[in-house]
Design a protein around this ligand. Structure first.
Ligand code: AP5
Length: 216
């Protein structure tokens, strides 16, 4: 499948992307994961992105497009991809459209995951993430806890709260989402790709996405 996952911070994009990857092997491409890996590795890209991420602001479009142009042409993406956290601005969506046209790739669907704000705030403050940059498995102390010692159940590394999980950064990320990313809902509605899902149950959302892709 070739899909884009839209949704506010904490809506569950990463969780759904991992379940879809387990379903048919389509690769999860998360710009957030790529950037966090770069920050941890201390690369030039990571140095450029770090401050924006910690403040809950978006990283400049030019840096994101540089990453995505290369990533979408890697061999594993030819089997299908789930874009998690990209695009996030109208210019990114316009550039993605041009890039996909150039590569003769057609999107199946754009999924907007709708979750009430109080649920989002609760999920973001209770999330834990595997600290291993190659794993980044997502946990939640309430709904999907790591081991009793706080270790990742997949790779055994410690789980941590992300650097952008302070109250200030969460507030900024939600404002940034409303201002810069929510307009993509109308953009993809006009393009004829949008499907909205509003279940609180990840398995139900996955089944709905699979049905909408197989109907095509
Ligand atoms: P990014 O990593 O993409 O963060 P985000 O969009 O804020 O999304 P999150 O990862 O916080 O949430 P999610 O929707 O994936 O939810 P999750 O599955 O974890 O981006 C981080 C930063 O990088 C940005 O702020 C920006 O600076 C930069 N960046 C990234 N992409 C960029 C771009 N394209 N352009 C510019 N800058 C960019 O779930 C949340 C919690 O809820 C978890 O604990 C999970 O276990 C739990 N949960 C999920 N589903 C359920 C459920 N059904 N029931 C109960 N609990 C659930």
């Amino acid at each position: 499948m070739r899909i884009v996952l839209l949704g506010a911070p904490g809506a569950g994009k990463g969780t759904i992307a991992k379940l879809l990857n387990a379903h048919d092997g389509s690769v999860q491409i998360s710009t957030g994961d790529i950037l966090r890996g770069a920050v941890k590795a201390g690369s030039e890209m990571g140095k450029k992105a770090k401050g924006y991420m910690e403040r809950g602001e978006l990283v400049p479009d030019s840096l994101i497009m540089e990453i995505m142009e290369a990533r979408l042409q890697e061999p594993d993406a030819s089997k299908g991809f789930i874009l998690d956290g990209f695009p996030r601005t109208i210019p990114q969506a316009q550039d993605l459209k041009k890039l996909l046209d150039k590569l003769s790739i057609k999107l199946d669907v754009v999924i907007d995951i709708e979750v009430p704000k109080d649920v989002i705030l609760d999920r973001l403050t209770t999330r834990r993430t595997c600290s291993n940059a190659d794993c980044q498995e997502i946990y939640n102390v309430k709904s999907k806890p790591p081991s009793p010692e706080g270790k990742c159940l997949k790779c055994g590394s410690p789980t941590v709260q992300r650097a952008d999980e302070t109250t200030e950064a969460i507030t900024q990320r939600l404002e940034t989402y409303n201002e810069k990313t929510a307009p993509l809902i109308d953009f993809y509605k006009k393009e004829g790709f949008l499907k909205t899902v509003s279940s609180m149950n990840s398995d139900e959302i996955v089944q709905e996405i699979i049905r909408s892709v197989t109907k095509k």
